[in-house]
Ligand binder design. Structure first.
Ligand code: ZN
Length: 214
């Protein structure tokens, strides 16, 4: 069986936006904020965050550890499976995968927030078996989640230079909570959900796996 290409994964051939695509929008009253020279519909989310552009260019290697921002956002907003892009919600809860790193304190099931989109029950065993990113990490934990709530985004925060003619990256991988004012210079690349009503699931209980080795 061919290894599926996860819907959210970036390809090594994908092209990110250029800094020359950015401009500084200066509202009459208010702080300058980051914008694209040629804006497209849907690039700002409901909280006003501008999202990173990535142009899909087929033919490259699958980057299992790297996500396409628009696809990650789509899966997180609509709770689609990150592998097959079909609806991941089920009557008994939605499945997510998290990590328990040996060097970190035990996972607090009541304090989880994640940027890993959910998975449908069929794709959980497929991911655990084939995804090199998960396979190399023995600490993957499958979670069944009763409810998940969008809670923020992460990305690069840029600051405008003194002449207000270009943006300079200042903080990478910054988190911006929806409950706090957004960063005017942020380009979002990942959306987060806070997980509620979380239980740990034995992946073997999800689906029979006829090709698994005994
Ligand atoms: Zn799936």
């Amino acid at each position: 069986m061919p290894v599926p290409i996860p819907y959210v994964a970036a390809l090594s051939s994908d092209l990110p936006f250029l800094e020359s695509d950015l401009c500084i929008a200066v509202p009459r009253n208010g702080e300058p904020h980051i914008a694209y020279m040629k804006p497209r519909p849907g690039e700002r989310d409901a909280h006003g965050n501008l999202w990173g552009r990535m142009k899909r260019v087929p033919g490259g290697r699958v980057l299992f550890e790297s996500v396409d921002p628009a696809r990650q956002r789509e899966c997180m907003e609509r709770l689609l499976c990150q592998v097959c892009a079909q609806p991941a919600e089920r009557a008994d809860g939605t499945l997510f995968i998290e990590w328990q790193h040996p060097s970190e304190p035990p996972m607090r099931l009541d304090k989880l927030k994640t940027d890993m989109p959910p998975l449908c029950p069929t794709c959980v065993p497929v991911s655990l078996r084939h995804c090199p990113f998960l396979r190399h990490d023995q600490s993957a934990v499958v979670l069944r989640v009763r409810k998940s709530v969008p809670c923020g985004v992460a990305g690069t925060v840029y600051r405008a230079d003194l002449e207000l003619d270009r943006w300079i990256p200042s903080t990478h991988d910054a988190y911006s909570s929806y409950t706090k004012p957004r960063y005017p210079g942020m380009i979002a690349v990942r959306m987060f959900r806070r997980l509620r009503g979380v239980t740990v699931v034995d992946p073997d209980s999800l689906a029979a796996d006829p090709v698994r080795a005994p």
